[in-house]
Design a binder for this molecule. Sequence first.
Ligand code: 13P
Length: 258
Amino acid sequence: MRKPIIAGNWKMNNTAQQGVTLVKELKPLVSNAACEVVVCVPAIDIPAVAEALKGSNIALGAQNVHFAEKGAYTGEISAEMLKDYGVKYVIIGHSERRQYFGETDETVNLRTHAALNAGLIPILCIGETLAERETGKTEEVLDRQIEQGMKGIDDISKIVIAYEPVWAIGTGKTATAQQANETIGYIRKKVAQTFCPKCAEKVRIQYGGSMNAGNCKQLMAMEEIDGGLIGGASLKSADFSAIVHYDAQGLKLDKDLL
Ligand code: 13P
């Protein structure tokens, strides 16, 4: 059984003080969650949010990590520095980092190894753009991101994979539950071929892209989908807690999702 994992990605939102207010609201709302709950916060918010999360069931995540242990990398943050504040998860290879900050499968791979070596759990993001989907390249892109981005990982079940179709991020355009399930099923098959079938059965694969209180139940009901990576809807405690309690939501009668 794979334990579902719902993670918020705040992106570049919330000062430390705003972040503390948000998690203080969130704590009682999700204290009885059946799934694992994570908030991935801006690096500078980590000390204050770590303190505010003490004694709660919410795990702390970061949004990036540098691949070197230490050294002359001005402006960067190492895995050890994150560990020092009790960070458990780290998002690696988000499409926004690939798009705006020159992230490649090679640097994703280096960061993933650095995170694992330090005992952090990578949430490794993969996904195709709209142009790639429309030209039938989705599987080719995912194959490359898996083969190169995950190269050399001993036990793939130690990471979390987030499937985030780029065209669904921040657009309000969710992949249908069937589309997301099918593509995540493909990712699992590719992971089984590239690594091992047993590990592929164990690895948790999240869906990300305009997931919200209205569509989470349908997405989470899908066999292959083990969680969500939530952007916009993680910025309000009521919205995020509704997703954490996805089973309690009404089904959205949206023809796109049926
Ligand atoms: P939205 O939920 O805002 O579409 O963002 C998804 C995402 O990029 C999470 O990492």
